[in-house]
Design a protein around this ligand. Structure first.
Ligand code: DGT
Ligand code: CA
Ligand code: CA
Ligand code: ZN
Length: 578
């Protein structure tokens, strides 16, 4: 149903018309129609087909035409026109508490403010309080409104989401003796790169005990909703958690439903309908007998009854996984136990906190077989990049460690800067002494797409470069990916057999899933790295593996799953062995 979507468009038109100082009757007409659609239970599209829209309260001939236009084309000319005239920042400004169309218009006209960022800056500088219709109090409220919005619109990084979730699972399990099961579902179970809110599913004979414990946790700042079998709470910094207690017989159906994604669920429901079945959070039912479910206790039986292979949560994004599961063509995804080593991490010689030996020791304890230690190169002064002399000292230290340990090998790596002209930060006669060279861009992001692309392609042409680090340079929540021509880079990577990194730092996860999937499709070798700056960060391999799984990758696609001899063969031959 498009009801909600169209209602939102109509609301936005009415707000933008208000900024435009349109006739108040027109503005009001859009608001009324938006309200009607928001509360409508019938499908607006089928009403449009039957030419029955004008029978709805508040929907006149003119707006009915526009709704029909949207149903058939997916667009509304008037809306497009207004959006061109006013940037999307204007709409966001109006959503700040204390703002609204009237004040937005004044600020836009008098101070050219057209985004929340500019609004914040102006309020901080005290420019608003002297304007007509404003004042010191209002200025202060607007600032509060902005900080609230920042808090609430923030998505969590995976490590934070996982930490909070593990804590809740642990303490609720300790507190509630009736708790039989507690599993985090939603985007966290799919290992999506950022998580909006946490969704827990539980089984218990005493739902009230679980709900009480959940809503009375000490970090709970506010209880948003509390019922007999479900509750929502707000933690510090606006993190929301939902919890449901479900019957044992429905646990699989509920887990499937609340794991999502929504898009996957919609496609699954369509498939079920074609088979004469209905699926919901309670179970899978025959259309002609809705009383008794045919599956519901486990997710496995639900997928099976739908004629599908079991779909791992990481693939549930409606990107072709249902079709693949129908023909038994889902890939056998890489698992963390397939990993035999790491290619990119830092010691305290550059900007890490632990020594080479401490890092290697932890890698060994993780059960890995080899470990490439790759500090920064000389020109990256902010990160205390290694001059050649320090690099040779490190090489000696590695030899000593390797004599000490059996069945575990440390190798000399380096994360070498790609300089602004595409040459490398160490000369070739140094590079050739390094076992694995990760080439990264750390400076000059503003060169533009063409230059940046050429720079990276040139670096890959260097015979001593093995891997490209964090290709897009994005930092989730603080830096957009820099512009590059992905196809050109991946083609060059395939040709030179330069590997692309999936960096496991929660803020990076770079390459991200869709890019990694494209890279593999073009025959580019993939490596997973932790980019660890401390021993505990070597556990970031989990996030790199999760991202690889979301990219449909198997262990056969990933160099970390090879033995020491095999990675050295790959390095020395320069040909694809995957
Ligand atoms: P998030 O929290 O934004 O990172 O993403 P999710 O996927 O965790 O989304 P959330 O918390 O809104 O809902 C959890 C799951 O519940 C979602 O992945 C699928 C299911 N779900 C929620 N709303 C709907 C819906 O309207 N239709 C269907 N089919 N499933 C839904
Ligand atoms: Ca969620
Ligand atoms: Ca949720
Ligand atoms: Zn780096």
């Amino acid at each position: 149903m498009k009801n909600r979507e169209i209602s939102t468009v109509l609301y936005e038109i009415s707000s933008l018309l208000e900024i435009d100082q349109e006739n108040p009757f027109r503005i009001r007409a859009y608001t009324r129609a938006a309200q009607t659609l928001e509360n409508l239970t019938e499908d607006v599209e089928s009403l449009a087909q039957k030419d029955a829209l004008t029978q709805l309260p508040g929907v006149g001939k003119g707006i009915a035409e526009k709704i029909k236009e949207f149903c058939s084309t997916g667009k509304m000319a008037e809306y497009e026109h207004l959006k061109q005239k006013y940037s999307s920042g204007i709409l966001e400004m109006m959503q700040i508490s204390g703002m609204g169309p009237k004040r937005t218009r004044i600020l836009f006209q008098k101070l050219k403010i057209d985004s929340v960022e500019k609004l914040k800056e102006a309020a901080q500088k005290g420019w608003l309080k002297d304007l007509e219709g404003f004042g010191a109090k209002i200025e202060e409220n607007i600032l509060k409104g902005i900080s609230l919005k920042d808090q609430f619109s923030k998505r969590m990084l995976l490590d934070e989401a996982l930490r909070i979730s593990q804590e809740i699972v642990k303490t609720l399990s300790q507190q509630c003796r009736s708790l039989e099961k507690i599993v985090p579902a939603g985007s966290l179970r799919r290992w999506k790169e950022t998580v909006g809110d946490l969704d827990f599913l539980t089984v218990s004979e005493k739902p009230e005990e679980v709900i009480h414990a959940f809503t009375h946790r000490k970090e709970v700042k506010r209880v948003l909703a509390e019922g007999s079998t479900k509750a929502s709470v707000l933690l510090d910094r606006g993190v929301q958690c939902d919890l449901r207690v479900v019957p044992k017989e429905s646990f699989g159906a509920a887990l499937q439903y609340f794991t999502g994604s929504k898009e996957h669920n919609v496609a699954l429901r369509e498939l079920a309908l074609k088979k004469g079945l209905t699926i919901n959070e309670y179970g899978l039912y025959h259309n002609d007998d809705k009383k008794k479910s045919v599956a519901g206790k486990t997710e496995e039986e639900i997928y099976k009854k739908l004629g599908l292979e079991f779909v791992p949560p990481e693939l549930r994004e409606n990107r072709g996984e249902i079709e693949a599961a129908q023909t038994k063509k889902l890939p056998k995804l890489i698992e963390e136990k397939d990993i035999r080593g790491d290619f990119h991490n830092h010691t305290k010689l550059s900007d890490g906190t632990h020594s080479l030996e401490e890092m290697a020791q932890k890698a060994k304890e993780k059960g890995w077989e080899w470990f490439v230690s790759a500090d920064h190169s000389q020109s990256l002064k902010v990160a205390r990049g290694l001059d050649p002399e320090t690099l040779w000292k490190k090489k000696k230290e590695i030899e000593i460690l390797n004599q000490k340990w059996n069945n575990f090998n440390v190798l000399l790596g380096s994360e070498v800067d790609i300089l602004s002209d595409g040459t490398m930060d160490y000369a070739d006669d140094i590079l050739k002494e390094i076992d694995f060279v990760v080439a990264s861009v750390h400076t000059g992001f503003s060169q533009g797409e063409e230059k940046l692309t050429e720079r990276i392609v040139k670096a890959m042409g260097n015979p001593y470069v093995d891997i490209v680090g964090h290709l897009t340079g994005r930092l989730l929540g603080s830096r957009e990916p820099y512009p590059i021509q992905l196809q050109r880079i991946l083609d060059a990577a395939a040709k030179t057999q330069t590997a692309m990194e999936i960096n496991g730092q929660p803020q990076r996860l770079d390459l991200y899933d869709s890019y990694a999937q494209s890279a593999k499709g073009l025959g580019v070798p993939i490596v997973l790295t932790t980019d660890a700056h401390s021993t505990s960060q070597l556990d970031y391999m989990t996030y790199a593996v999760a991202t690889a799984r979301r990219a449909w990758l198997r262990k056969e696609d990933i160099l970390n799953c090879l033995s020491l001899k095999e990675i050295l063969d790959w390095k020395n031959s320069g040909v694809s062995i995957l």
